[in-house]
Design a protein around this ligand. Structure first.
Ligand code: CP
Ligand code: NVA
Length: 327
């Protein structure tokens, strides 16, 4: 019997396959309730704090809407709080834990969210760090389960910078849940060796196969899911754009790549995505580096194979499950 009450949600490595499955099932149940208009105010009169040291659309809105659906109040802390400036993480944790029932943190190093959890007596949830983005993976896997009907044995290919939060977390998630994970990137963008070894050990138990391939066309052969993320992540200096584009352009998800995969292959992306030149940054990058300076073409992003908006919606249902289970 899974019981996650009081547990932090900092990274998927801290959770068993059974516990992850429990969260996915709970999310599906809460999603069905929401669609049917069945109230589920399971945590009425509780309050949560949302710390965002980086920007967000999906994660912030998911926490706020999910909190409201569960009957809770939420307080957003970004610019204007004392965190990390006048007050240490340890002190912040103790102050917030005395007023709130749970704390979400989005920021830089994973060590910060781990420190917050160490000093907090209420659950802490990781809303993204440089190293991990675990709530995103729950949404991704719920979406894959809804689309294909199963997770184990899915051939999952991650294109691009596989050594950052998305590549790391997806590799861990695939290893835990028995999906076959392939990272397609130049060698220097492969995940950290230590994390690969840890995932290889987990994969021995679940039957997942982990592969690291430099040739993008070779990597997507038989793929059921092709996933990518923005090439330069939040907090990275703008100067790295040029090198990233030069390194990762062959890994752009375009029609040629999708056509080389399984005919039922879908396209996924955690979002936000550069797929056209309509956003301010997308326009600037297009003007500076040419029209191909983006991780996915508009053609693929807008195609029938793209399930990115189903995936985005599932952020809310899965974040709700994390809060419902741990509070
Ligand atoms: N995918 C994701 O975390 O989106 P936001 O940055 O908008 O929260
Ligand atoms: N790698 C991206 C993920 C955004 C959800 C970033 O950290 O900016």
């Amino acid at each position: 019997m899974v019981n996650l009450k009081g547990k932090d949600f900092l990274k998927l490595l801290d959770f068993s396959s059974e516990e992850i499955q429990y969260l996915l099932d709970l999310a599906a149940d809460l999603k069905a309730k929401k669609k049917a208009g069945i109230a589920h105010k399971m945590h009425e009169s509780k309050n949560i704090a949302l710390i965002f040291e980086k920007t967000s659309t999906r994660t912030r809105c998911s926490f706020e809407v999910a909190a409201s659906d569960l009957g809770m109040g939420s307080t957003y802390l970004a610019e204007g709080s004392q965190i990390g400036k006048k007050e240490s993480i340890a002190d912040t944790a103790r102050v917030l834990a005395s007023m709130f029932d749970g704390i979400e943190y989005r920021g830089y190093g994973q060590a910060v969210v781990e420190e917050l959890a160490k000093y907090s007596k209420v659950p802490v949830w990781n809303g993204l760090t440089n190293e991990f983005h675990p709530t995103q993976i729950l949404a991704d896997f719920l979406t894959i389960k809804e689309h294909f009907g199963y997770l184990k044995g899915i051939n999952f290919v991650y294109m691009g910078d596989a050594r950052y939060n998305m590549g790391n977390s997806l590799m861990v998630g695939c290893a835990k849940m028995g999906l076959n994970f392939t990272a397609a990137a130049p060698k220097k963008y492969f995940p950290d060796r230590g994390l690969i070894d840890t995932c290889m050990e987990i994969a021995k138990e679940t039957g997942a196969q982990l592969k690291f391939i430099e040739d993008p066309i070779e990597a997507v052969k038989g793929a059921n899911v092709i996933y990518t993320d923005i090439w330069v992540s939040m907090g990275e200096p703008v100067e790295v754009w040029e090198e990233r584009i030069n390194d990762l352009a062959p890994y752009q998800v375009n029609k040629t790549l999708m056509d080389a995969a399984d005919e039922n292959c879908v396209f996924m992306h955690c979002l936000p995505a550069y797929h056209d030149h309509k956003t301010a940054v997308g326009k600037e990058m297009g003007e500076k580096f040419g029209r191909d300076a983006m991780e996915v073409t508009d053609e693929v992003f807008e195609s029938e194979k793209s399930i990115v908006f189903e995936e985005a919606e599932n952020r809310m249902h899965t974040i709700k499950a994390v809060m419902a289970a741990t509070l």
